[in-house]
Design a protein around this ligand. Sequence first.
Ligand code: ZN
Length: 113
Amino acid sequence: MSKVKALDEIKNITLEGNPDHRTASVRLLKESLPVAEELIKLAVGVSPLNPISAAALTAFKTISSLVTSADPKCNLAIPSKEIEVTVNNNGDMVYRCLHSPAHEWDLSGRKIP
Ligand SMILES: [Zn+2]
């Protein structure tokens, strides 16, 4: 399991979400990511009808909404673009921006080449 870094500590990412919720969203995101990560790993190859699949999906939706609440932007190209959380082909959660080509970070904040 990766060592999760808070979204506001990752280089080239700025947060533009409502300040009233941004700080809590970043903290709750950091606390929730390991849970969601474990559930998603457990759900690989499991029937969609299995409760673990539902738990993984719900956890992922929570993560996704917390990221939207923090409203991270990628500053690696101009203009800056939104960042969302997604699951890559290896089943790992990553942050990915909407630039083309997209920039990607793992949950420990390391940029994926
Ligand atoms: Zn980008």
